[in-house]
Design a protein around this ligand. Structure first.
Ligand code: NDP
Ligand code: GDR
Length: 332
């Protein structure tokens, strides 16, 4: 039985990846942070009492800022594959806490890479790299060879982590790969990212629980895909004979305004009646346009997206309406 370790298992991608790996027969270990409130809502349905025979999901307290803890966990677990998803992942927030973001999102990757080296593990390593690294437009569509031009503390930290992953591959012969994933969304997306903020507002407005939705820049364009499909690409990268870096994207781009139009009209509402602009959501420097070329992933991994933009918006609106009626995240 293969053993995987997931950092960031309580996040959107971590929860879908844990489901995928369990369905493939893996023993899955996840690092969770101690918090004063429950932070395991996305994975509670996967958790079973570890004293019961046959359990294959194990959770460990830890933090990507704590090297000793990481080294201990690697010694104890001896994973075959390490999926490093943990990060301070909010771009706008990274302008408020740039130092912390650099520590967790940038140095966090080095801590794990060093822990692998220190323990002498032969584990494969996945780094959650991001289309944000492309930042200011250098080339359209963006592909593996497009130069990076990060426009936020978050993106700068991810560029550092990207290159450290490449560096450990080249210096120490590690199986270390970067997935350069473009925005991917789902009903499990954090509520402060723009897509989920919109679909949640649509459900609340429709139910008479909210009157206005305050947003920032509506002109930004993103290449939005479905998270559940993107974790399949992550797994495929780790099954290749050689480590490499891959862009994962749909190849289509839409503005925040188009997302609004699609989500509100699906619920029979006109977004112009509800949306107000609050400059506090503007970023000091913005990423105007992202659209990815995932040809390499299609050719080498046999991966391609299946869910269209319209289907994604609709499934998220439907889910937020269901959640208001008492559905659980595990259902999505
Ligand atoms: P989320 O923000 O949903 O999840 C982040 C995860 O990291 C959570 O489990 C969080 O724990 C954990 N985490 C944060 N800080 C620490 C820390 N100091 N120590 C340990 N764990 C920590 O992100 P996503 O699931 O959306 O994204 C996963 C990864 O992929 C991230 O690295 C993100 O930057 C990257 N990425 C995401 C894209 C997207 O569109 N979703 C696109 C490209 C890259 P807790 O639940 O306790 O907060
Ligand atoms: P992004 O996602 O910054 O692309 O990073 P986000 O949904 O936060 O923003 C997308 C675009 O929407 C504009 N926007 C707003 N954004 C938020 N959050 N809230 C608002 O009210 C709002 N109004 C307009 C933003 O300015 C931006 O242009 C996500 C994260 O998951 C990263 O971790 C990941 O690396 C990238 O996607 C790829």
């Amino acid at each position: 039985m293969k053993k995987a370790l997931i950092t960031g298992i309580t996040g959107q991608d971590g929860s879908y990846l844990a489901e995928l790996l369990l369905s493939k027969g893996y023993e899955v270990h996840g690092i969770i942070r101690r918090a004063s409130t429950f932070n395991t809502g996305r994975i509670d349905h996967l958790y079973q009492d570890p004293h019961v025979n046959g359990v294959r999901l194990f959770l460990h307290y830890g933090d990507i800022a704590d090297s000793t803890n990481l080294i201990k966990l690697l010694y104890r677990i001896q994973p075959d594959e390490i999926y490093h998803l943990a990060a301070q992942s909010h771009v706008r927030v990274s302008f408020d806490i740039p130092e912390y973001t650099g520590d967790v999102t940038g140095l966090g990757t080095v801590r794990i890479l060093e822990a692998i080296r220190e323990t002498g593990l032969k584990a494969k390593f996945y780094q959650a790299s991001s289309s944000e690294m492309y930042g200011k437009v250098q080339e359209i569509p963006q592909r593996e060879t497009t130069p990076f031009y990060p426009r936020s503390p978050y993106a700068a930290a991810k560029v550092y982590a990207y290159w450290m992953t490449v560096n450990y591959r080249e210096s120490y012969g590690m199986f270390a790969c970067n997935g350069i994933l473009f925005n991917h969304e789902s009903p499990r997306r954090g509520e402060t990212f723009v897509t989920r903020k919109i679909t949640r507002a649509v459900a609340h407005i429709k139910a008479g629980l909210q009157k206005k939705l305050y947003l920032g820049n509506l002109d930004a364009k993103r290449d939005w895909g479905y998270a559940k499909e993107y974790v399949e690409a992550i797994w495929l990268m780790m099954q290749q004979p050689e480590p490499d870096d891959y862009v994962i994207a749909t190849g289509e781009t839409h503005s925040v305004r188009e997302f609004l139009e699609e989500a509100f009209s699906y619920a029979g509402l006109d977004w112009r009646e509800y949306v107000e602009i609050d400059p506090k959501y503007f970023r000091p420097s913005e990423v105007d346009l992202l659209v990815g070329d995932a040809s390499k992933a299609r050719e080498k991994l046999g991966w391609q997206p299946r869910t269209t933009f319209k289907e994604l918006v609709r499934l998220m609106v439907d889910a937020d309406m269901e959640l208001l009626r008492g559905a659980q995240l595990r259902e999505f």
